[in-house]
Design a protein around this ligand. Structure first.
Ligand SMILES: Cc1cc2nc3c(=O)[nH]c(=O)nc-3n(C[C@H](O)[C@H](O)[C@H](O)COP(=O)(O)O)c2cc1C
Length: 338
């Protein structure tokens, strides 16, 4: 059964009301975007018929994401979902992304412009918003169609983001080696284990965080997984498990890079991520994140070398097909407005 936040009736779109009400409705789709550790680090403020998108710094992971990069990518993904939904309901989304500003949490504004005609491709992306999910299973040994990966590349390029895909065993081996070093490095730090495990949740009350399903060879109940991670360094077994997933359960790997490493590039990466994940979902293809090599500062440049890119790596995905998993939870939409 779909969880509550996915039970959105399209027919409730307030065509007869003003821009403010319409933007408010679109936030139902924004909150279904992926976010780092399901932190849902966004807030929305509607005024003068436009909507500010704010970063919610109270949800920060100070060790894993000290520069708020992943949080801003997540806000970008929420913006991408709003763009797709706005077009579906017939409005041109007018998005302004801001550069970093120390004294403001507003990262973007969105307004609704003139009417746009129906676009069948966008409509299929829109339908995928409710179905998309991060899937941490091993993917089936089935090739991901090249035209689909090429389409993802062109969607990312529209956001000034490069999407490179790897499909050969040799390339995967190099990614697996780097990820293995990154996982061992991270798990060696008690602060990493504590911060990561604090985001493992049973989804009881606050509806943020991730279940432990798919992170380790044994799917232990989340409280037990959390306890073990806090106390023991399981880096070696996690690294091995992840290596096997890359080599045997990832028909394709996709890497997003940008020319520069700053707020607008992160927001654009998030928008590109939203479009790419929705595109994959329309074709019944799943994805999950491989972030360790990007999170460890001194290893990040090595990932760009693997793909011969002069850019900066922002997001890495495993891509393939697998049975669905349980949907992750979301906060109530009323709770994300300021
Ligand atoms: C910037 C970013 C980084 C992420 N990093 C990881 C990661 O390192 N490992 C992982 O398993 N999932 C990662 N995710 C996926 C989130 O955990 C997932 O989006 C969140 O739990 C919500 O679930 P959903 O995508 O199924 O809606 C990341 C997502 C984003 C947007």
């Amino acid at each position: 059964m779909k969880e509550d936040s996915r039970n959105i009736a399209e027919s409730d779109f307030p065509f007869a009301k003003g821009r403010a009400e319409q933007l408010r409705f679109l936030v139902n789709y924004a909150v279904l975007a992926p976010s780092n550790h399901n932190s849902q680090p966004w807030k929305f403020c509607i005024h003068h018929d436009q909507m500010d998108v704010l970063i919610d710094k109270t949800r920060m992971l100070s060790f894993i994401d000290p520069h708020l990069r992943q949080m801003k990518i997540s806000c970008g993904a929420a913006i991408g979902n709003v763009e797709v939904a706005a077009k579906y309901f017939g409005f041109e989304p007018l998005v302004t992304l801001f550069s970093h500003s120390a004294d403001s949490d507003v990262v973007a504004t969105i307004a609704l412009g003139q009417k746009v005609p129906e676009d069948p491709h966008n409509s299929s992306l829109f339908k995928a918003i409710l179905r998309r999910q991060t899937n941490r299973r091993f993917f089936a040994d089935k090739t991901v169609a090249r035209p689909l990966l090429e389409k993802c590349k062109s969607l990312a390029a529209e956001c000034a983001v490069d999407f490179t895909f790897l499909t050969t065993d040799e390339e995967k081996e190099r990614v697996a080696n780097l990820s293995e070093i990154a996982i061992r490095y991270q798990h060696n730090q008690p602060w990493f284990r504590r911060e990561f495990s604090s985001r493992l949740r049973r989804h009881t009350s606050d509806k943020t965080g991730m279940s432990s399903f798919g992170f380790a060879p044994l799917n232990l109940p989340t409280p037990l997984a959390r306890f073990i991670m806090d106390l023991f360094n399981s880096g070696k077994s996690s690294a091995k498990f992840n290596r096997r997933k890359i080599l045997q359960g990832s028909p394709a790997i996709g890497i997003f890079t940008t020319k520069v490493d700053e707020q607008q590039a992160w927001l654009n990466t998030g928008r590109a991520l939203s479009f790419v994940l929705l595109e994959l979902c329309t074709e019944g293809v799943s994805a999950s994140f491989l972030h360790q090599a990007i999170e460890v500062d001194h290893l990040r440049p090595q990932l760009a070398k693997i793909i011969s890119s002069r850019g900066v790596s922002q997001v890495m995905l495993r891509i393939g097909q697998a049975p669905k998993v349980k949907y992750s939870k979301r906060r109530k939409v009323e709770d994300v407005f300021v």
